[in-house]
Design a protein around this ligand. Structure first.
Ligand code: 4NP
Length: 157
């Protein structure tokens, strides 16, 4: 589960990139995204997100923005925020019995000294290209991490 603020730019990009890479890697995973804010509920991803993503072959069909719900803690082993503010929101809502991983997506991009995927909403095209670059790198690390975890008895860390 990938989480940003509006669920129309960064987290749908992460969902599309991770879904493509998980399929390529043969991982059987459920992938979704949500926003900590619900202003864009029901909307497709931002047209700029779709256009830049499509240039790299990613698919955004049938995606609609929604707000993160407490029920999501039931379904997802990894809940990954795009930035510190959204991570703080997730941590504040974390149920005591949630045993999964809540963290930053960029923590899986170990070779990059970058903690956050910057909000591209008010940026130009370069902001959306940067979002894709960062998310592609982090998703490669996340795939490698999950593959390594699934080879161990305990699946989540
Ligand atoms: P996202 O980008 O969190 O990556 O989906 C944003 C989209 C909309 C707004 C902020 C960020 N907004 O303020 O409407």
């Amino acid at each position: 589960m990938f989480v940003c603020l509006g669920n129309i730019c960064r987290s749908p990009t992460a969902q599309a990139v991770f879904a493509a890479r998980a399929a390529y890697a043969g991982l059987d995973v459920t992938v979704d995204s949500a926003g900590t804010g619900g202003w864009h509920e029901g909307q497709p991803p931002d047209i700029r997100t779709q256009e830049h993503g499509r240039q790299r072959g990613y698919v955004f069909t049938n995606m609609r923005a929604r707000a993160f719900t407490d029920e999501d803690f039931t379904w997802f082993d990894y809940i990954l925020a795009m930035d510190e503010k959204n991570l703080d929101v997730l941590k504040s809502r974390r149920p005591d019995d949630y045993n999964g991983h809540i963290g930053l997506l960029m923590d899986f991009a170990r070779d990059l000294d970058v903690k956050e995927v910057p909000d591209p909403y008010y940026s130009g095209a370069s902001g959306f290209v940067r979002v894709l670059d960062l998310i592609e790198t982090a998703c490669s690390g996340l795939i490698a991490h999950i593959k390594a975890q699934s080879a161990k008895p305990s699946q989540v860390s």
